[in-house]
Design a binder for this molecule. Structure first.
Ligand code: ADP
Ligand code: MG
Ligand code: ZN
Length: 504
């Protein structure tokens, strides 16, 4: 790739994302077959999802409710009436020869997601995570539409004795309910695309309508990208990058694809409208098929389904399941618990973690200390162990208990650190390790402390002289020495008092 920075800055990228999210219903969208992932191939099928002639689809009420909830969480307007259509195309994994999808009358439109602007995102990356100031500058990415559709089956190219010659088809996924979330071409950089996807996933996870598991295909993203000379109004020709399986790879694929398009234009070439695939090992995109004529799906309204009507009353019922969404929750956590925005960001990565944190913070004497322990003691250990906060051996409850023990002076900060280390070593929660260690308590046993103090004073005559000559700051030195000699077990306040007396 030869794009110079100068060439890159002469062009402006334009990105629009299409995201498919699988809804967590128990049964499929038009039949009662199970949606369970990982069942033996072709066991979750029936005449409806196999597309047998004469089998009639019946719309799954729960799928509509989940889709509506997600669309409302994405700030969309719900169309009271939406229409299912047949999208006709031939593909081996599509037994009916058409996919039922909403087309010109989708369930919902005119939504948006708020993201940090790329300037902020870039600066954030430079600042590092600790200093990350959220919401200093935000930008709304428009959501064109959210519509309901059924998934297709899956072609299996490996895992069978004759896989080198034949493709196997698993139709378990056929008819699983999806929503497609289409963004406006409002995304200006790969970093913004990454932010958009992160926010989108977070919001959907909070609503609980999907597990957004990319490995299992519950969340899939196609990225459309074009470039245009900076200042030009009309959009350039776009390429669509398909089947990229992580947000990080989507960002990488976009970086590559933007540079590629700039190169083509800069050397006098033309961008072809096409579908491209990303090879993450090479960090490059490859042309898969031209999209010039691939557009005639011969859509027409599905004759076997009535228009879908979501009226005000039903909408209000669905709205009752709307949780507090992550952005607002962060603002409230900062306000209620006196934690920083960064703390709030970390603690709200999932709804369950945020719930746990709030329960712990409410139970603890000092909520701020709970947040500080998460930041100061937990995150680093998680990172070193390569563990997600949700798989932390120390639960939020454990952190609250430890926070209270430090708060009351029962254990020292040093002891807490040691106990946290043991928790990680033994993969056990704080309370368990605390019990296993015989509930160690900070030593306030004055006679053994006095002995240590005498030893420390005896071993440091020069410092003692300085102290007595008026250099009162030497007290800190002695406290430090005594704490060290007690291996951090001594109660610093008592050490202070005893030392003061002894040094007179
Ligand atoms: P298609 O008919 O090819 O699927 P759509 O108009 O439905 O195209 O748009 C699909 C996605 O591509 C949307 O997210 C949209 O914002 C985005 N998009 C459309 N045109 C462009 C363009 N010129 N450059 C980048 N993204 C675009
Ligand atoms: Mg489209
Ligand atoms: Zn079925």
């Amino acid at each position: 790739m030869s794009s110079s920075t100068a060439a890159l800055t002469a062009y402006e990228p334009v990105i629009g994302l299409e995201v498919h999210v699988q809804l967590l219903t128990v049964s499929k969208i038009f039949c009662s077959c199970s949606t369970r992932f990982g069942a033996p191939p072709n066991t979750n099928v029936c005449p409806v999802c196999l597309g047998m002639p004469g089998a009639l689809p019946v719309l799954n009420r729960k799928a509509v409710e989940f889709a509506t909830l997600a669309a409302m969480a994405l700030n969309c307007r719900i169309n009271e009436t939406s229409i299912f259509a047949r999208k006709n195309y031939f593909y081996p994994d599509l037994p009916k020869g058409y996919q039922i999808s909403q087309y010109d009358k989708p369930l919902a439109e005119h939504g948006f997601i708020e993201i940090p602007t790329s300037k902020t995102a870039d600066e954030n990356q430079k600042l590092g995570t600790e200093n990350r100031e959220l919401r200093t500058a935000t930008k709304q990415i428009g959501i064109t539409r959210v519509h309901l559709e059924e998934d297709a089956g899956k072609s299996l190219h490996e895992g069978f004795p004759d896989s080198d010659e034949k493709t196997a088809i698993d139709l378990n996924r056929t008819g699983v309910p999806l929503i497609e979330i289409v963004s406006e071409p409002d995304i200006a950089t790969p970093e913004e695309a990454y932010e958009y996807l992160t926010r989108l996933r977070e919001i959907i996870l909070y609503t609980g309508v999907s597990d957004c598991n990319m490995e299992e295909g519950s969340l899939r993203c196609d990225a459309n990208v074009s470039v245009r000379p900076r200042g030009q109004k009309e959009l350039g020709t776009k390429a669509e990058i398909k089947n990229v399986n992580s947000f990080r790879f989507i960002r990488e694929a976009l970086v590559y694809e933007i540079a590629r398009q700039v190169d083509v234009l800069d050397s006098g070439g033309k961008i072809l409208q096409e579908t491209r695939l990303y090879n993450s090992n090479e960090g490059k995109t490859y042309s898969m098929r031209s999209k010039e004529q691939a557009h005639d799906y011969r859509y027409f309204p599905e004759p076997d389904l009535l228009p879908l009507v979501v009226d005000e009353k039903w909408k209000a019922e669905i709205m009752r399941d709307m949780p507090e969404l992550p952005e607002l929750r962060r603002v409230r956590l900062v306000k209620n618990y006196g934690i920083t925005e960064y703390d709030a960001q970390v603690l709200t990565v999932s709804k369950s973690l945020a719930d746990q944190f709030e329960a712990a913070a409410k139970a603890a004497k000092n909520p701020k200390r709970v947040a500080n322990l998460v930041q100061g003691e937990l995150m680093g250990r998680l990172k070193a162990a390569g563990v997600d906060i949700e798989q932390s051996p120390i639960s939020m409850k454990g952190i609250a208990i430890s926070a209270d023990l430090v708060e009351s002076g029962a254990i020292s900060g040093k002891m807490l650190k040691d106990l946290y280390d043991l928790s990680f070593e033994r993969k056990k929660d704080f309370s368990e390790v605390y019990d296993e260690e015989g509930r160690p308590r900070q030593s306030s046993d004055t006679s053994s402390l006095e002995k240590i103090i005498d030893e420390v004073i005896g071993a440091n005559p020069a410092q003692l002289e300085q102290y007595r000559a008026g250099k009162k700051t030497m007290l800190g030195f002695f406290v430090g020495q005594v704490m060290k000699a007690s291996k951090g077990q001594a109660n610093p306040q008592i050490v202070n008092e005893l030392l003061l007396k002894r040094l007179q």
